[in-house]
Design a protein around this ligand. Structure first.
Ligand code: M6R
Length: 611
C-alpha cells in the first residue's frame, strides 16, 4: 500500500517521480504529492485523486529540480484529503517526508510534540514522524542522524523517503516492515517501493534490509547496516522487460493478465517437469525425497486469493501425497498460539511477497523453528528473502489489483509440489505421475481454448450488469474456485457475492435464492458431478438462475442451466486451473459493463503492507 519514489541525480526529478508514481499507482490511489528541492527550499504539491491530477499542478521553477520525493496514498489514518496527502513537513517546512506503513504509537508521540509547542495540520500518523525528524534535526543533527534518532522512538512499520532543504542533493530512506528498493543508475539513484518505478531507468537494484537506513546521493549510497558501504555484491539485476508492465494494447491490466495465463502457466512449470520419472523437480525447495518423506504435516498460510490457491493445494496435496494440510488465514494464524509439532513445514503463499499478515505468520513459524517455504511471484520480495527456501511462480509483474495469473501460477506450483511429495512418498506410481505431468503440460493450450470463447462470456456478463447479489457454488477442489470467483466479482464490480460449498447451500444460503439471484455453479464432469446436478435442481426449484461452468460436450447440463460456459476436459485435480478462467472473465466483463475502474477498484490496493 502507498507508493514511494525518490530521485537524486542530474536529470529532471519531476519526470522520474511522476512516471514512477504512475507505475506504483496500483499500490494506492486516493491522493498523491511530491516535494522538490529547489535552491535552498522545498516545493511541495499535493492533491486528492490520481497521479494525473498531480501532473497537472504547476511546480514553478522546481520543474528543473534534480532531487525530490513523491507518494501515492492508500489512506490508513485520516480520509483522503489534500492536507492528509503526503509529503508531510516538519514544523519549519524545511524537511519533507513520505511514508508507507503505520506508526502505531503516533498518538503518544504527537502529544509529546504538541507539548513542545509543535502544531499539526493533518490527522495522519505520518505527520508525527515528519515533525519528529524535524525536532531531531533542530538539535543540530544532519538528516541521516535525525532520521535515525527519530526512528528509534517509533513503533510500527515504515518505508520512508526524506528530503531536507538544508542538505542539497541528498535523500534519506529507511525501511521496517514496508519494502524499499534503490535503483543504482549512472550518476543518478532512485528509491522506490517497488522496482516497477525503477526499471525504466536502471535494472540494477539493492533491496533494503529490515531496519536499514540509507543516505542516497547521485554518487552513491551509504547505510547503517552491518554492511555499511553499499558494495557491488548487494546489487541484483532485475530481468523484467518494460513491456511486461505496459498494457500492451489491452484496455486493462487485468484483461492482459487473464490473457497471459497460457504463457505464465508455461513459465510456472518450465524446466520443472520430469517426464521420465513422472515427477516434478523443484530445486528451489531445497528438499530431498527423504526430506519430503519426513514431512508429517503441512501448514499453508496466505491471504485473499493466495489463500484460495492454498485451499486447492490442500485438496491436491492430501490426495496425492496423503499428508494432512491445514490452510490458515495469515491474519488469524499470527495472533493464535498455533500448535506446530516437529515434522511440520509451512508453505507461505504470496503474489507480492510483501503482505504484512503473511509476513508476520512466516516470522512466527520461523521463531518456532518450523521450516518455511515460499510460493511467491515477486522476485527479491521480503517473503521470498525471509523464507528458508521456495519456488517462484514466474508469472511476471501482476499490476491489476485483482489477482488472476498469480492465482493460476500458485495453483500450478501447488500441483507440482503435490506431485513431487506424492512420488517421494510412494503414493503415486511412476505411470500415474507421468500421466499427471502430461496433463499439466496440456493446461496452457486448454486455457487458450477457454480464452477463445471470451465473446460469449462477455454477452452473458452484460445480462448481470444490474445484479446486486451472486452466489458461487462448487464442490471438492472447485469449492475454493467458487470462493475465488465470488471474491473477483465483489472486488471489481462491487456486487455482493458469496462462495459456498455446493452442498452447504441448503444449510442457509438457499433462503436467498429467487429469480433475481444468479447462481454460478462449477459443475464439471468429475466425481461430484451427480451431486452438483442435484444442487442445481434445488436452485432451479426456487426459481434461481443458474450459470454453469461445465465440461465440453455435456448436453445434460444444458437442460437445467440458464447459461453454460464450457471448459475442456481435464483430470479432476487440475480442474481449478481451467474452471477459474471463465469466472475471471465474467467478473471482468460485469465490472466493465458497470463502468467500474477494473484495475484500481475503490478502497483496495495491490500490496497490503499494513495489518
Ligand atoms: O500479494 P499477496 O498474494 O500476498 O496478496 C494477498 C491478497 O491481498 C490478495 O490476493 C487480494 O485478495 C487480491 N486483491 C485478490 O484479487
Amino acid at each position: 500500500m502507498c507508493g514511494i519514489v525518490g530521485y537524486v541525480g542530474n536529470g529532471r526529478a519531476l519526470d522520474v517521480l511522476l512516471s514512477g508514481l504512475k507505475r506504483l499507482e496500483y499500490r494506492g490511489y486516493d491522493s498523491a504529492g511530491y516535494s522538490l528541492q529547489m535552491d535552498d527550499s522545498l516545493v511541495v504539491r499535493k492533491c486528492i485523486g490520481r497521479v494525473k491530477e498531480l501532473e497537472e499542478m504547476n511546480p514553478g521553477d522546481a520543474i528543473n529540480a534534480t532531487t525530490g520525493i513523491a507518494h501515492t496514498r492508500w489512506a490508513t489514518h485520516g480520509e483522503p484529503t489534500t492536507v492528509n496527502a503526503h509529503p508531510h513537513s516538519d514544523f519549519s517546512g524545511r524537511i519533507s517526508l513520505v511514508h508507507n506503513g503505520i506508526i502505531e504509537n503516533y498518538k503518544s508521540l504527537r502529544k509529546k510534540l504538541v507539548a513542545q509547542g509543535i502544531s499539526f495540520e493533518s490527522e495522519t500518523d505520518t505527520e508525527v514522524l515528519a515533525k519528529l525528524v524535524g525536532s531531531e534535526a533542530g538539535k543540530g543533527k544532519n538528516l541521516f542522524d535525525a532520521v535515525k534518532d527519530a526512528l528509534v522512538q517509533v513503533r510500527g512499520t515504515y518505508g520512508i523517503a526524506v528530503l531536507s532543504a538544508d542538505q542539497p542533493s541528498t535523500l534519506v530512506a529507511a525501511r521496517y516492515g514496508s519494502p524499499l528498493v534503490v535503483g543504482i543508475g549512472d550518476g543518478e539513484n532512485i528509491v522506490a517501493s517497488d522496482v516497477a518505478a525503477i526499471v525504466a531507468h536502471t535494472r540494477n537494484v539493492i533491496y533494503l534490509e529490515e531496519g536499514e537506513i540509507v543516505e542516497i546521493t547521485s554518487g552513491g549510497i551509504s547505510s547503517n547496516s552491518s554492511d555499511p558501504r553499499m558494495t557491488r555484491d548487494r546489487i541484483q539485476h532485475v530481468d523484467w522487460d518494460l513491456a511486461e508492465i505496459e498494457k500492451d494494447g489491452f484496455s486493462h491490466y487485468m484483461l492482459k493478465e487473464i490473457n497471459s495465463q497460457p504463457e505464465s502457466l508455461r513459465n510456472a512449470f518450465r524446466g520443472r517437469i520430469d517426464l521420465v520419472n513422472g515427477t516434478s523437480r523443484l530445486g528451489g525447495l531445497g528438499m530431498s525425497e527423504s526430506d519430503m518423506r519426513g514431512v508429517k504435516r503441512i501448514v499453508i498460510t496466505a491471504c485473499g486469493t493466495s489463500w484460495h490457491s492454498g485451499l486447492i493445494g490442500k485438496y491436491v496435496i492430501e490426495k496425492l501425497a496423503r499428508i494432512p494440510v491445514d490452510v490458515e488465514y495469515a491474519s488469524e494464524f499470527r495472533y493464535r498460539d498455533p500448535v506446530l509439532e516437529d515434522g511440520t513445514v509451512m508453505f507461505v503463499i504470496s503474489q507480492s511477497g510483501e503482505t504484512a499478515d503473511t509476513l508476520a505468520a512466516l516470522r512466527l513459524a520461523k521463531k518456532r523453528g518450523i521450516r518455511t517455504l515460499g510460493i511467491v511471484n515477486v522476485v527479491g520480495s521480503t517473503i521470498a528473502r525471509e523464507t528458508d527456501s521456495g519456488v517462484y511462480i514466474h508469472a511476471g509483474p501482476e499490476i491489476g489489483v485483482a489477482s488472476t495469473k498469480a492465482f493460476t501460477g500458485q495453483t500450478m506450483i501447488l500441483s507440482l509440489i503435490a506431485l513431487a511429495f506424492g512420488r517421494a512418498k510412494g503414493n503415486l506410481t511412476r505411470e500415474d505421475g507421468i500421466e499427471l505431468c502430461r496433463a499439466i503440460m496440456e493446461i496452457p493450450e486448454k486455457v487458450e481454448t477457454i480464452l477463445g470463447g471470451c465473446d460469449s462470456i462477455m454477452e452473458i456478463a452484460r445480462q448481470f450488469t444490474y445484479a446486486s447479489n451472486f452466489l458461487y457454488l462448487g464442490r471438492g477442489v472447485n469449492y475454493p474456485v467458487a470462493l475465488e470467483g465470488a471474491l473477483k466479482l465483489k472486488e471489481i464490480s462491487y456486487i455482493h457475492a458469496e462462495g459456498y460449498p455446493a452442498a452447504e447451500m441448503k444449510h442457509g444460503p438457499i433462503a436467498l435464492i429467487d429469480d433475481m439471484m444468479p447462481v454460478t455453479v462449477i459443475a464439471v464432469k468429475d466425481a461430484a458431478y451427480e451431486k452438483v446436478m442435484s444442487n442445481i435442481h434445488e436452485v432451479k426449484a426456487r426459481r434461481g438462475r443458474v450459470l454453469a461452468i461445465a465440461t465440453e460436450g455435456d448436453n445434460e447440463i444444458r437442460t437445467v442451466a440458464d447459461w453454460v460456459l464450457e471448459i475442456p476436459p481435464v483430470t479432476d485435480i487440475l480442474v481449478p486451473l481451467l474452471s477459474v478462467i471463465p469466472l475471471q472473465l465474467l467478473s471482468y466483463y460485469v465490472a466493465v459493463s458497470r463502468g467500474c475502474d477494473v484495475d484500481k477498484p475503490r478502497n483496495l490496493a495491490k500490496s497490503v503492507t499494513v495489518e
